[in-house]
Design a protein. Structure first.
Length: 477
């Protein structure tokens, strides 16, 4: 091979990018790609052209091609920190958080005063659940660049998740001093005010955000969830109709609409959205071939979860003890996790095909032809629990129980460790609707499926053992 082509990319990769760009309406991207291709035709290993073409691929949504092109640029110019940082950005967007973090750390080691690398490392740590260390990264970025708007927003948003309200408000106000109409800062500040019970300030933030961008679904959703907390059920229904016109499959609208109709006494509408007897779906899963029984399969699955390189232990304000998370289990999975992923895909596909469509229903009327799975694991110790929440931007969610503590009694009246489909009986005027709460006792080998707009939570349990579950989201493709 000639030296000039030693680090050249395969022509098939460039052809794949060309094919991906053809349906892209943004002429600017196609023109940029053509310019960089001309440079590569003359100089096949030109690092800046390879990197720039990678950024085009990223903007076109082809992150796999982007990573390959940026890596080719790095082979031609190994010391370019901007290439390394942008590779980290692409890897983060594909869920490769550990590898993305390594890219940012490499930049920091070479140039410790690179504020953007500290900020981006904080973003990865936040996604991994290590909120306290993420805060340290954002503060370091701001020590380097006190006017770094994105770092102030990220710091405020992370402090909000940690319920450090005063510090979060201070950080977000600093962001708004730099850019008064910054949408993310406004929405995060409104969320902090909502957490502290200051609904008037929260309303002001969300309404200002909507005035700046009337089509913002995020701002509409924030406002609707605030109305839900306040018990403003008429406003929920009115706002919901507006959001449906823009985003008919929006999960927050489905959730809020069901609960508001319950509060208004429209039991039939609530039961149609939330009370179908087929939901949540429950079934015991048989182990795949190669495992003598369910216990052996779950034991192998638990072993891979507990030794996964991305396992993070955190202690946050939602829990009384530690909890562990393993993100992106299906990326470079162990052999048992890979088998579980295959089993889960087959089972979800069968479940999807067995459903009877109902065009008017937000769940049964949106059954996807194709789907992707995002899988993660949660390890709860004694006293740990999940507060009421739902999963946005998906169609179906679920959980598989790999290890259940002996202290979790499937017949216990206290329902310790159970999953509850609730989140509404604590709202104004709805305390008397406990009869509509559905509860499922966990069992090793049990698979539970439910619409992503279902509010759900777990009941705390006590005991020395851990509760290990694999949770997942099913998103239409």
């Amino acid at each position: 091979m000639h030296a000039s082509r030693e680090h050249a990319v395969d022509d098939r990769l460039l052809a794949e990018l060309d094919g991906a760009l053809r349906p892209v309406k943004d002429l600017r991207l196609r023109q940029a790609a053509a310019r960089y291709r001309q440079i590569l035709a003359a100089q096949p290993c030109h690092p800046d052209a390879l990197h720039a073409l990678g950024m085009v691929a990223r903007e076109a949504g082809r992150l796999d091609i982007a990573a390959k092109l940026i890596r080719a640029a790095m082979r031609s110019a190994p010391g370019r920190l901007d290439f390394i940082g942008n590779l980290g950005n692409v890897l983060r967007e594909t869920g490769q958080l550990e590898t993305a973090a390594a890219c940012y750390q490499r930049v920091i080691e070479a140039a410790p005063n690179t504020a953007v690398a500290h900020n981006n490392l904080g973003n990865v740590l936040q996604e991994q659940g290590d909120l306290a260390t993420a805060v340290d990264c954002y503060r370091r970025a701001l020590d380097i660049d006190p006017d770094y708007l994105e770092a102030w927003c990220n710091l405020g948003g992370t402090l909000q998740k940690l319920h450090c309200s005063e510090e979060a408000v201070s950080a977000l106000r600093r962001a708004l001093d730099i850019q008064p109409n910054h949408m993310s800062a406004l929405l995060n500040l409104g969320t902090v005010w909502q957490q502290t019970g200051n609904h008037q300030e929260a309303l002001a933030c969300f309404r200002k955000a909507l005035a700046l961008n009337p089509s913002s679904i995020a701002a509409h959703n924030k406002l609707q969830l605030l109305y839900l907390e306040r018990g403003d059920y008429d406003e929920i229904l009115q706002l919901g109709e507006k959001i449906k016109r823009q985003a008919p499959k929006n999960q927050v609208v489905m959730l809020c609409d069901a609960i508001a109709r319950l509060a208004k006494g429209d039991i039939q509408a609530f039961e149609y959205l939330y009370g179908d007897e087929r939901l949540p779906h429950r079934e015991m899963i048989d182990p795949p071939p190669g495992y003598p029984n369910r216990a052996a399969f779950n034991e192998a699955l638990v072993a891979e979860v507990m030794t996964h390189p991305s396992l993070k232990w955190i202690h946050d304000t939602y829990d009384t003890t530690r909890r562990g998370f393993v993100y992106s289990l299906l990326r470079d999975p162990g052999p048992t996790t890979a088998r579980f992923g295959e089993l889960l895909h087959t089972r979800i596909d069968r479940y999807r095909r067995e459903l009877v469509p109902d065009p008017a229903h937000p769940f049964f009327g949106n059954i996807p032809e194709r789907f992707s799975i995002r899988l993660w694991a949660t390890i709860l110790n004694a006293g740990g629990y999940h507060p009421p929440h739902h999963h946005e931007h998906n169609w179906l969610s679920g959980v598989y129980y790999a290890k259940v503590p002996r202290s979790v009694d499937p017949k216990g009246p206290e329902r310790a460790g159970w999953i509850e489909f609730n989140g509404f009986t604590n709202l104004p005027g709805l305390a008397g609707y406990q009869r509509y709460v559905r509860r499922v006792a966990p069992a090793e080998g049990l698979l539970v499926l439910f619409p992503s707009y279902f509010m759900h939570n777990t009941v705390p349990f006590e005991g020395e053992e851990t509760r290990i579950s694999l949770a997942f989201d099913i998103a239409p493709l």
